[in-house]
Design a protein around this ligand. Structure first.
Ligand SMILES: *Cc1c(COP(=O)(O)O)cnc(C)c1O
Length: 362
């Protein structure tokens, strides 16, 4: 029995009438740019994320760029980012003219290692971008302590962790600002590109909003240099329709993960620190014989992926920094050993058992 890596069709069919209506309403009202549904989604998502404000934008990568700009980070500044993350976390830093500085991650949690941060701080360091990778919160209390001690801003890249928590507190509420992606495959996904920024700081929210719309809050009133990174109206309507289901979908992912924990015996499964709520955007197993596991799954028609094949310091676009293999040992080991296996809310018990039994053949 083949099992897909994710199944966006199953999710759509489970809420088809709500989605179809949300899209049709936009068309009926010819509401394609702007419109009340954007504000409604922003308010709903802010509430979901435990933040005072949410600003929608075009995608999760723009969200990071906009957050950095709004915090006043720019050319000449350095920003600390984990060596293991999706390329956007670092690329956004380059794209505002600042320099990403890579920090290795913790092997068990796969998030930025707080013990390695201080050695990378210079007098040019302005901010840290912890990433809640795969859906597990980064170690925010240690990170905030270091950031506060050195006067650094913290942007939580929450693209993979909608609804994750530490001790009952939603991620995104630890740093000054948090960024989200609503790429279709994310835990809350649109039907195209979309992103968002949350913060408790009203001024910061206003600045972000201005940046997303040509530096204006009112038409032809350009206060700062901005750009066009507006949240698309149809995407906002879809996200608003999907958001009420996110809690249930997240609980299902967690239940599926529990089942994997029970069944998987031949490989290492994700470690979750006490008090941390992992929302399993990705269920990444770890094995020294990763390529054999991958081969078994490929042969059985079970979807899988490597997140990510290389630590960012070693990808060609960062060759200019001159990093050598061996400088980020934990990220390098993880890139060689991790494998993401099927994880989506609509998975059935049978599918989970099938995936586990194939991996256990190892
Ligand atoms: C998906 C993702 C992004 C970027 O989101 P897009 O909407 O694809 O631009 C940023 N950071 C991380 C960690 C991501 O997983």
């Amino acid at each position: 029995m083949s099992v897909p890596y994710a199944d966006l069709t199953a999710q759509y069919l489970s809420i088809k009438s709500e989605i179809d209506k949300a899209i049709q309403d936009c068309i009926d009202q010819t509401a394609f740019i702007g419109g009340s549904v954007i504000k409604e989604f922003e308010e709903d998502f802010a509430q979901y994320a435990g933040a005072n404000f949410c600003v929608g934008c075009a995608n999760g990568t723009d969200a990071i760029e906009i957050a950095l700009k709004a915090l006043g980070v720019g050319p000449g500044d350095e920003v600390l980012v984990p060596a293991l993350t999706w390329i956007s976390t670092a690329g956004a830093v380059n794209n505002i003219g600042a320099e990403p500085v890579f920090v290795d991650v913790l092997e068990d949690q796969r998030t930025i290692d707080p013990a390695l941060i201080e050695a990378k701080i210079t007098d040019r360091t302005k901010a840290i971008i912890p990433v809640h990778l795969y859906g597990l919160p980064a170690r925010m209390s240690e990170i905030m302590q270091i950031a506060n001690k050195h006067g650094l801003k913290v942007i939580e890249d929450s693209a993979q962790a909608h609804g994750a928590e530490i001790d009952g507190k939603r991620i995104g509420s630890f740093g000054q600002i948090a960024t989200y992606s609503f790429y279709p495959g994310k835990n809350l996904g649109a039907y195209g590109d979309a992103g968002g920024i949350t913060t408790n700081d009203e001024e910061l929210a206003k600045t972000c909003k201005m940046i997303t719309n040509h530096g204006q809050l009112k038409k032809h009133n350009h206060q700062i240099i901005g750009r066009n990174s507006r949240l698309d109206t149809i995407q906002a309507a879809i996200l608003k329709a999907k958001l009420p289901h996110l809690g249930e979908w997240t609980e299902k992912r967690i239940a599926h993960a529990k089942k994997y924990f029970q069944l998987l015996s031949a490989v290492k499964t994700p470690a979750i620190p006490e008090g941390y709520k992992h929302v399993f955007h990705v269920f990444a197993i770890q094995s020294q014989t990763r390529d054999e596991v991958k081969e078994l799954l490929d042969q059985a028609g079970v979807g899988n992926a490597v997140h990510y094949p290389n630590p960012l310091p070693l990808v060609p676009s960062y060759a200019y920094k001159g990093h050598q293999s061996g400088e980020f040992p934990v990220s390098e080991k993880l890139c060689a050993e991790i494998l993401s296996i099927p994880m989506f809310a609509e998975m059935t018990e049978t599918q989970i058992e099938e995936v586990a039994s194939i991996i256990n053949q190892l």
